[in-house]
Design a protein around this ligand. Structure first.
Ligand code: UDP
Length: 242
């Protein structure tokens, strides 16, 4: 029998099972003027992604005749959390834009649009933790709707550890859990066919077996998210829930 682990985090603040996702909503085609757009919501965290392109890259000297450029920006809206978010870029928003770009860069077929750029703009109207993973989930749906060639899809989730308890889909109240070993938040993105890790960030401490278990939990969650993304792509304009 597995050894029981004593942890200060015995019950989730919102009553979910430790491996349970927050309610999901997904919709493709939320901004009609865009080449592709999508909304992805997990609990109170909502992300909107817009895709423009492939289009001519300016300035011209940045053009690459071998391959296209993927450019991702991320921003939280001023009213997305209780304290107003200062408009403009911050170190955090630049970091999230870059890691989202690297994750999406794993699946977008850049060779298919030489000399051109695809812009992905991620906006967060409502934040309750997990905004970077919600942004990636929305972005990949928007890219697919825009017809940008991709090798496969991607789904992302923030898993984590509250003291010694492993959980799926960390919310803001959990991110602030300070008892015992405190909180560790691990955003992970998984590719849909090859089942590879396209993003993994970890701020905190954990053992290798704990991390391996969290990756397994994230892969199960990402399968469920991928089902919802696929359904949303089949029915643009319809909100899919799960
Ligand atoms: N947050 C906030 N103000 C900020 C940045 C973040 O209130 O300036 C909150 C917001 O709810 C966000 C959460 O802190 O979702 C966690 O932020 P983190 O940087 O860990 O990234 P995320 O989990 O959103 O990907």
């Amino acid at each position: 029998m597995a050894k029981k682990i004593e942890s200060a985090y015995k019950k989730r603040v919102d009553g979910r099972a430790f491996d349970e996702l927050r309610p999901i909503k997904a919709k493709v085609g939320v901004i009609p003027s865009a080449d592709g757009s999508a909304m992805y919501q997990s609990g109170k965290t909502r992300a909107i992604a817009v895709v423009r392109g492939p289009r001519t890259l300016h300035p011209k000297h940045m053009e690459n005749p071998q391959r296209g450029v993927l450019r991702v920006t991320y921003q939280m809206m001023a009213f997305s959390v209780w304290d107003r978010i200062k408009p403009g870029t911050s170190r955090r928003s630049q970091e999230i834009g870059k890691v989202s770009e690297w994750a999406l860069g794993e699946i977008v077929d850049l060779d298919a649009f030489p000399n051109s750029v695809v812009d992905v703009i991620i906006q967060i109207p409502q934040a309750d933790a997990g905004t970077r993973v919600a942004g990636i989930n929305a972005a990949v749906m928007a890219l697919a709707q825009a017809g940008v060639p991709m090798k496969e899809m991607i789904s992302a989730i923030a898993v984590g550890k509250m003291d010694k308890t492993l959980v799926v889909d960390v919310n803001k109240e959990e991110e602030d859990f300070e008892e015992g070993e405190g909180p560790t938040d691990v955003p992970i993105a998984i590719t849909s066919k090859s089942n590879e890790i396209a993003l993994l960030q970890l701020d905190g401490k954990m053992s290798i077996p704990e991390l391996k278990e969290l990756i397994k939990m994230a892969k199960v969650a990402c399968k469920k998210i991928n089902d919802i993304q696929t359904k949303a792509l089949k029915e643009p304009g319809k909100e899919i829930t799960g």
